[in-house]
Design a protein around this ligand. Structure first.
Ligand code: KQY
Length: 366
């Protein structure tokens, strides 16, 4: 039986390992809601099948699906992917799933963050979110891992760690009044130290322009190995994204990680500005209380939103004009992994990308 622990990971000698460390597997959820995904989520379902299939070449994948969609998900997903019934409000496993932590003996436990749909009633993306908030606990039950229930509202996409004591976050998200308004920067840092087992917090400013998560770091920058970061970049000074990426670049130049290293920052080209077409917008059922998807709205497209699997990197394909350059750069950044591109515009239309819909389980002792 899994237990809910009343201590914290740091107090128990646990920390979050980096995504580039070995995995036992990967969890995803099935997209279903017609007020977020166009055409009753069917094109998104095909895109999620592509992502699950690509990751399953490298490690075991489990997809959680509602009872109503079980049959269709089981039909579309390959037999190598495990499908389990799991209620949810939408399909962002990075944010609603557990953040796994390990100790020296490689015992594995999970952090279950409080979740408020990226802002609750103050700018959140839908209501209610009660089923999403139960997902991490249910995944931990299936994985048979003990659980820490965090004290704060947070999401897995709002953080990236190097596995050696450093976490990367954005002020736009972590200090947003719609997450933990009662806590200041130092108190948020204290919570990150307690629940991620880190000692150093590197603060970036804003996330990708028009990112509806309030600037999740996982769309802008990530560790690719200790001491090295990939940063979404555009040279186009007329694009509002340029100033955001430049600010992140400057902060990263000044930063020192938990081991006292200066960081090496690699610029990963971003796609050109992308926006939702009239046809795509018309396919989404608008609903009061759920984020609208108006035609012409800029999408927060970024190639940084990739997933690092065992021996592989699964990256979003977003625009034929820029996909090849981004894939070539990722191949250079990950010479020992196979880079696989998956068409992901449909995931982007729902507000995130491949990293946002996946959650790795670190390899550990059973
Ligand atoms: O960035 C992420 N980790 C999640 C994106 C969520 C978008 C909700 N529509």
């Amino acid at each position: 039986m899994t237990q809910t622990l009343s201590t914290t990971p740091a107090a128990d000698g646990f920390w979050m390992p980096a995504e580039y460390e070995p995995h036992a597997g990967c969890w995803m959820l099935w997209p279903e809601r017609a007020d977020n995904w166009r055409e009753a989520a069917r094109p998104a379902q095909f895109a999620f099948v592509g992502v699950a299939t690509a990751i399953a070449q490298f490690e075991p994948v489990t997809v959680g699906v509602s009872a109503a969609h079980y049959e269709i998900a089981r039909t579309f997903l390959p037999p190598s992917v495990r499908v389990v019934e799991l209620a949810h409000d939408d399909s962002w496993m990075r944010d609603v799933g557990p953040t796994f932590v390990v100790n020296k003996r490689r015992d594995v436990r999970g952090v279950d963050w409080h979740f408020n749909a990226w802002g609750g009633l103050n700018g959140g993306l839908y209501f209610p979110w009660d089923q999403d908030d139960l997902v991490a606990r249910k995944v931990l039950e299936v994985e048979n891992r003990d659980r820490y229930r965090s004290a704060i509202i947070n999401e897995g996409g709002a953080l990236h760690v190097d596995g050696e004591g450093t976490v990367l976050v954005t002020e736009e998200c972590l200090l947003n009044a719609n997450r933990n308004p009662h806590l200041n920067r130092e108190q948020i840092e204290e919570q990150l130290r307690a629940y991620l087992g880190v000692s150093t917090v590197i603060w970036l400013g804003k996330g990708v322009f028009n990112d509806e998560t309030d600037g999740h770091v996982d769309n802008l920058a990530c560790f690719i190995r200790p001491g090295e970061i990939a940063l979404g970049w555009t040279d186009n000074k007329r694009d509002v994204q340029h100033a955001i990426s430049l600010d992140a670049w400057e902060r990263l130049q000044d930063a020192v990680d938990a081991r006292g290293r200066k960081l090496k920052v690699h610029k990963l080209p971003m796609p050109r500005p992308l926006s939702i077409s009239a046809k795509e917008a018309a396919g989404v059922v608008s609903r009061e209380g759920t984020k609208a998807r108006p035609a012409g709205e800029r999408l927060a497209g970024s190639y940084v939103n990739f997933y690092i699997a065992n021996g592989g990197v699964v990256m979003p394909l977003l625009d034929p004009r820029t996909d090849k350059e981004a894939a070539a750069k990722l191949k250079r950044l990950f010479p020992d992994r196979r880079v696989v591109g998956v068409p992901a515009r449909e995931v982007l239309l729902g507000g995130g990308n491949i990293h946002c819909i996946t959650q790795q389980v670190p390899a550990g002792k059973h």
